[in-house]
Write a protein of this length. Structure first.
Length: 125
C-alpha cells in the first residue's frame, strides 16, 4: 500500500506545482484578487496534504491501520477541500464554499489518524 500512497502523493504534488504555475501566470490577470486568493489557498492545501500522503507512504509498511485511514482521509479531504475551492475560484459559484469545511474536517481527521499512529504504537514507527 505504501507505493499507492507514494503514487497518489506524488501525482497530487505534481498537480499542486502545475496549479501554482497556472494560477500565477494564467489566472493572475483573469481572476479578482479574492478569487485568486481562493485558488492559491486550494493549491497550498493541496501541496501540504500531498506531502502528508508521501509521509503516509513512508509509514505504511511498518504502521497499523490508522496510517491507512490517514491516507484515505487526506485524499478525500484534498478532493473536497481543494476541489471545491478550485471550482469556486474558476466558476465564481459561491455556494461551493459550504462544501469546503467538509473537506477541512476530512483533512483534520487525517492528521488525527496520523497522531493516533504516533501514540498508539510508538515502538513500530
Amino acid at each position: 500500500m505504501e507505493r499507492t500512497w507514494l503514487a497518489i502523493g506524488s501525482l497530487l504534488m505534481f498537480l499542486a506545482v502545475a496549479a501554482g504555475a497556472f494560477g500565477r501566470h494564467a489566472l493572475k490577470s483573469r481572476l479578482s484578487p479574492d478569487l485568486l486568493e481562493t485558488f492559491e489557498t486550494a493549491t497550498r492545501y493541496l501541496a501540504y496534504h500531498a506531502l502528508a500522503l508521501i509521509v503516509v507512504s513512508l509509514l505504511a509498511a511498518r504502521s497499523g491501520a490508522a496510517v491507512q485511514v490517514a491516507g484515505v482521509l487526506f485524499t478525500a479531504g484534498i478532493v473536497v477541500f481543494s476541489g471545491s475551492l478550485y471550482i469556486l475560484a474558476l466558476s465564481g459559484a459561491r455556494w461551493l464554499g459550504a462544501i469546503t469545511p467538509i473537506g477541512g474536517l476530512l483533512l483534520l481527521g487525517g492528521w488525527a489518524a496520523l497522531f493516533w499512529t504516533a501514540i498508539a504504537s510508538p515502538g513500530r514507527t
